[in-house]
Write a protein that binds this ligand. Structure first.
Ligand code: FAD
Ligand code: 2HG
Ligand code: ZN
Length: 491
């Protein structure tokens, strides 16, 4: 079988084709009609679409079976059986991943965490939260908000992504600047290996130097060595005071100056520093129908969030910062939110960029990390390249609408997006490997936070040496010798 969607990929003949006997076994394990979408013995194509297709409508698999286990023992039985019967598996959370990693390529079985959605415990003294992998991020954060705490990760897809998916992708998000990476905040993991072994490392201790820290392999592992079923995570106190400001700048150099000033003047209360170019802001305004938060048009905008314990002190500090950077000519114009509604409105001009770019038909996404000074040049070079190739322009005859840049500038992480009227292989050929070479030339990372998935499978060598890829393969072979976990993806 060669997928119509992926003419260059061939189904691995080592894997068995799913039969009704297999389905009967899974029905026995799951014991409930609602825990299985069975497209093997009947037509279930409508229900299967959501599990086969990714958020960008860019990747589409052909799976005819979705399993929704309710607990770790069921996951263990499922994976063990799949391993023994050479059935390939794709773990899936909220299916909001952006690199084609969360959907099947051919007929792999989707094992979804949708029904593993219980919050197990929360220790208000230490802040450690233990929960099942399928809890939706926003639900976890809402639970913590009621207890004066916050989930140490926030991102635009919070309403549908699962905490297990977040950990499997090692998502970075909007407040990494403050709360750090999941490699630091995840305290423990429960996972199932393909042979059914339950990795019971769901500890809640902050310190535990007893041998290798195996859980780190699952954080950012993208479902290639096992399925995460539970996590424990250290959650900080929710700040009593939160302030947000949004401002326009005349150049990318001034963005860097503003960042330096923000670190200097706001130091311990700075919780997010995001940059959005004017192209993205105009598109968000157009799609949402909302006017930009400040008058006038600027090539760059930034959003700063502060979180601290003293509202008056923090807003005064932020106000003084804003006045100072405007006086120095770093910032041209800015506004500070006065209440929660305004905070949400300012954030929406950042958080809703992915949705706005998706509006016309498709988008090519590159999630890169390079030293901050060079970062925006990548967007300009890409825009120039597509324009020169006659592929980017204002009217409908051009497949590409625009090349835009935004991201977590405070973490040296840029999101370069090419908004498309329709997906077009000619554009893809202009972009890849050009962008990866551009990044490798500056010793950057071709994936700062989204992972590799299917999209970046052929390009890992641009960011990792042969030795490092070799070590990764050894780990993969050790835990998943039959290669059933998320095959065809990066490893
Ligand atoms: P999925 O998309 O279902 O899966 C992601 C990967 O993890 C896949 O490879 C899948 O096989 C694997 N996986 C899922 N669950 C498990 C499990 N239980 N065990 C093992 N493997 C598993 N990412 C960022 O880093 N920062 C952002 O700011 C950010 N913002 C986003 C905004 C939007 C609007 C969207 C659509 C996506 C965004 N993302 C961001 C990308 C994405 O990584 C996150 O949305 C999220 O971390 C994915 O979680 P999920 O539950 O949807 O995982
Ligand atoms: C964000 O920061 C996400 O909004 C998505 O990581 C980025 O869509 C993108 O390229
Ligand atoms: Zn991001």
């Amino acid at each position: 079988l060669t997928s119509e969607t992926y003419p260059n990929l061939k189904r691995d003949p080592r894997f068995a084709t799913i039969t009704e006997d297999h389905v009967s076994f899974f029905k026995g394990v799951l014991g409930s009609e609602t825990a299985i979408i069975d497209g093997v013995s009947k037509d279930a194509s409508d229900e299967l679409v959501a599990f086969n297709q990714d958020w960008m409508n860019k990747y589409r698999g052909q799976s005819s079976l979705v399993l929704k286990p309710e607990n770790t023992n069921q996951v263990s039985k499922i994976l063990k059986y799949c391993n023994e019967n050479s059935l390939a598996v794709v773990p899936q959370g909220g299916n909001t991943g952006l690199v084609g990693g969360s959907v099947p390529v051919f007929d792999e079985i989707v094992v979804s965490t949708q029904r593993m959605n219980k919050i197990k415990s929360f220790d208000e003294v230490s802040g450690s939260l233990v929960l099942e992998a399928g809890v939706v991020l926003e639900v976890a954060d809402g639970y913590l908000a009621e207890r004066g705490h916050i989930f140490p990760l926030d991102l635009g897809a919070k309403g549908s992504c699962h905490v297990g998916g977040n950990v499997a992708a090692n998502a970075g998000g909007l407040r990494l600047l403050r709360y750090g990476s999941l490699h630091g905040s995840v305290l423990g993991i429960e996972a199932v290996l393909p042979d059914g072994t339950i990795v019971d490392d769901l500890g809640t201790l902050r310190k535990n130097n007893t041998g290798y820290d195996i859980k780190q392999l699952f954080i950012g592992g993208e479902g290639t060595i096992g399925m995460i079923t539970g996590i424990s995570i250290l959650c900080p106190r929710r700040s009593a005071a939160m302030n947000v400001c949004y401002f326009g700048l005349e150049s990318y150099e001034q963005v860097q100056n503003a960042f330096q000033e923000a670190k200097k003047q706001l130091s311990e209360i700075l919780s997010a520093f995001e940059m959005m170019d004017g192209h993205t802001q105009n598109l968000v305004s157009k799609v949402s129908g909302k006017p930009l938060p400040i008058e006038g048009e600027y090539p760059f905008y930034c959003l700063i969030e502060t979180s601290g314990s003293n509202s008056e002190h923090d807003s005064e500090k932020l106000q003084t910062f804003l006045e100072d950077v405007m006086e120095k000519g770093i910032v041209q114009d800015g506004t500070m939110a006065q209440d929660q509604t305004q905070i949400l409105n300012l954030w929406s001009f950042r958080e809703r960029i992915p949705e706005a770019l998706q509006h016309w038909g498709g988008v090519y996404k590159y999630d890169v990390s390079i030293p901050i000074q060079d970062m925006y040049k990548l967007v300009e070079d890409t825009r120039a390249r597509l324009t020169k190739a006659g592929l980017l322009g204002d009217d409908d005859s051009y497949p590409a609408i625009d090349a835009l840049g935004y991201g977590h500038i405070g973490d040296s992480n840029l999101h370069l997006n090419v908004a498309m009227r329709r997906y077009d292989k000619r554009v893809e050929k202009e972009l890849e490997p050009f962008i990866y070479e551009w990044i490798a030339g500056r010793k950057g990372s071709i994936s700062a936070e989204h992972g590799l998935g299917l999209q970046k499978k052929p390009y890992i060598q641009y960011s990792r040496s042969e030795t490092m890829v070799g070590l990764m393969k050894q780990i993969k072979n050790l835990y998943d010798p039959n290669g059933i976990m998320n095959p065809y993806k990066y490893i």
